[in-house]
Design a protein around this ligand. Structure first.
Ligand code: SF4
Ligand code: SF4
Length: 156
């Protein structure tokens, strides 16, 4: 009869995420995620402080010009065509006018919880973001992906 008290190897209860081997991503500067339709670019106080400094504006002047209140939080202002106020389009490319100090929401894209929930969720998001389905793009390791996914300002 088998001894049920033997000290045996315990399998890890935590399965590896489907993206454990890393995910490829390289922005093509198409601009889809920064405009083209209504949306929100949520801002923390830290984001606003950093951007105001970068633009050499007093905090209040920055918020008056570039920040709107929505759903009880703060978001960047959009242009009439729904482009982010800081999006610059030229020669078929879209560029962020505040790239070095862009909000954390923008920095953590595309490694958001909603995109990482399942491979299908990733593929769905990639249908609007060509940078997520570039087979030659650099591969981001699990550590970086998880850092973005779990960042407090990264959308779930
Ligand atoms: S949608 Fe993707 S590829 Fe296009 S600008 Fe945004 S991050 Fe870059
Ligand atoms: S801040 Fe920059 S990266 Fe973020 S949505 Fe606006 S243009 Fe895009």
């Amino acid at each position: 009869m088998a001894d049920t008290h033997l000290p045996i190897h315990q399998e890890s209860q935590e399965a590896e995420p489907w993206y454990a081997m890393g995910l490829r991503f390289k922005c093509t500067q198409c601009g889809n995620c920064c405009g083209g339709g209504p949306g929100y670019v949520w801002l923390t106080i830290e984001d606003m402080t950093r951007i105001a400094e970068f633009l050499n504006l007093a905090f209040d002047d920055f918020t008056r010009k570039f920040v709107r209140k929505a759903k009880g939080a703060y978001s960047l202002v959009e242009r009439a065509n729904y482009d982010c106020i800081f999006l610059k389009r030229a020669d078929g490319k879209a560029m962020c006018g505040i790239y070095p100090v862009r909000p954390m929401q923008c920095r953590t894209w595309p490694f958001w919880g909603m995109n990482l929930a399942t491979p299908d969720a990733w593929t769905h998001a990639a249908s609007r973001c060509p940078g997520m389905c570039d087979g030659d793009a650099p591969k981001y390791p699990l550590e970086h992906i998880e850092k973005c996914r779990t960042h407090p300002e990264s959308p779930e």
